[in-house]
Ligand binder design. Structure first.
Ligand code: FIX
Ligand code: ZN
Length: 419
């Protein structure tokens, strides 16, 4: 058996593991990207990179521009202000700033010139189709899962008209308004011809919600159903959300063999003046997830949590319930120090039965830095873990490393989903 640790190997094992991690194609299982059929909903290019809400939040710390003034500026003017505040007046050292530079460098641009007009000129010369191929190739991404909301007035008509299939992009059905603002959503559904009332205990309302979920799951060919949740999410509970989950969402997921993704920990609009950049984080009582996994063993659950303090408890829950697949270092945890800590802990507690990362990209180009940065960390941890196995006398073959990395980068997720 040829081992990557064998003394006769020409290439040191660490370099082989790094090469495998760097080159294994990934399935990016949660993004906010769109396929080209959605036209301008697919964001890309330097100005969209600069006005990403992660950077907006940071720019307000380094600029005293009034909120209303900033929001009245054009996208280009906002990008100018952010470039000046975060890249020129201070070193762009935060993860979100460094990410822009990693991406630009990978695209072959000379970042040290600090030439924003020059960068804009280069992007203006790109064709979106070629740029998608280029970014996916640089990031090593084989498939992108979108976040698709039937409640989004820009996105919905595109689905309703029917769109050209693009094998690289798959859909996930996002249902936050259905569960978190049921009163308003009930009227929206009623306006769209679903016979619902505000009363979620009514059989007719539940069957109509299920009809709505079926229609949309089929229309978009959803791979899973998903929601982000506030830290105070509880289950079971007398809330509309809990009732709808139990009586409509979970039966729907069982019927269509779809996992239900729950992403708890986000406190929406902690500072509403920051708009999309104004959400915060809070600690969740994960008993809700435990109850769901225990009471509904026929359902599959996907979960990532926003609070660092919830990560260990989530890992332990995944050890207890094989109908729970945990994924990604989400949003405020998608920074090198926390990716390292969380991924190492997950590997130590779960082996390879989880998905370490998703990009959450909102701008196409971001997949380049998000995956390059995460791959380096995953490689470092794996090198260390295989070396520890070698110390225990277990020699890992190259094929075994390839198999493991495939699992981490989408294989385990696809198996869990039954894709
Ligand atoms: O709820 C979510 O899917 C979050 O990822 C987003 O709402 C958030 O704005 C984001 O972009 C985080 O990365
Ligand atoms: Zn997201």
């Amino acid at each position: 058996m040829k081992s990557i640790f064998s003394e006769t190997s020409q290439v040191p094992f660490a370099a082989q593991v790094e090469e495998i991690v760097a080159s294994t194609p990934v399935f990016d299982i949660h993004t906010h990207l769109y396929s080209p059929a959605f036209g301008e909903l697919l964001l890309w290019g330097i100005d969209d990179l600069l006005v990403y809400h992660y950077l907006v939040a940071e720019a307000f710390r380094q600029s005293d521009v009034p909120y209303e003034k900033f929001w009245s500026l054009s996208k280009t003017e906002q990008a100018d202000l952010i470039w000046d505040a975060l890249f020129l007046q201070h070193s762009p050292i935060s993860e979100s700033c460094r990410g822009v530079l990693t991406t630009l460098q990978a695209l072959g641009l000379d970042v040290k010139k600090r030439d924003l007009p020059g960068l804009r000129k280069w992007f203006a010369g790109q064709k979106v189709e070629d740029h998608i191929n280029h970014c996916m190739q640089l990031a090593g991404v084989r498939k992108i899962c979108m976040t698709n909301s039937p409640f989004d007035d820009l996105e919905r008509p595109v689905w309703e008209q029917g769109l050209a299939q693009d094998e690289r992009f798959v859909a996930a059905l996002r249902i936050d308004p259905l569960l978190l603002s049921w009163q308003e959503t009930a009227s929206t559904l009623a306006d769209r011809g679903f016979q619902v009332t505000a009363d979620v205990t009514q059989e007719k309302t539940i069957s109509e919600v299920r009809r709505f979920l079926s229609e949309w799951s089929k229309r978009i060919n959803a791979r899973y159903v998903m929601i982000s949740l506030p830290p105070d999410f509880a289950f079971p509970a007398q809330t509309a959300a809990a009732q709808l989950i139990e009586r409509a969402v979970l039966p729907h997921c069982r019927e269509y063999n779809l996992p239900f993704a729950l992403m708890p920990g986000v406190k929406r609009a902690v500072n509403p003046q920051l708009k999309l950049a104004g959400d915060g984080v809070g600690l969740t009582d994960l008993t809700a997830i435990q109850n769901l996994c225990a009471q509904f063993p026929e359902n599959k659950f996907l979960t990532t949590v926003l609070a660092r303090e919830n990560q260990h408890e989530l890992c332990v829950l995944a050890r207890k319930f094989r109908n729970l697949h945990i994924f990604g270092c989400w949003w405020f945890t998608n920074v090198p120090s926390l990716i390292e800590e969380i991924t190492r802990m997950r590997i130590e507690l779960l082996g390879m039965s989880f998905t370490p990362q998703h990009s959450d990209a909102r701008v196409l180009d971001q997949i380049v830095y998000k995956w390059q940065h995460s791959r380096r960390i995953v490689a470092r941890i794996l090198v260390e873990k295989y070396a520890e196995l070698a110390q225990s006398g277990w020699q890992t073959t190259r094929a075994e490393v390839e198999r493991d990395v495939k699992d981490l980068f989408g294989g385990a997720f696809e198996r869990f989903c039954g894709m």
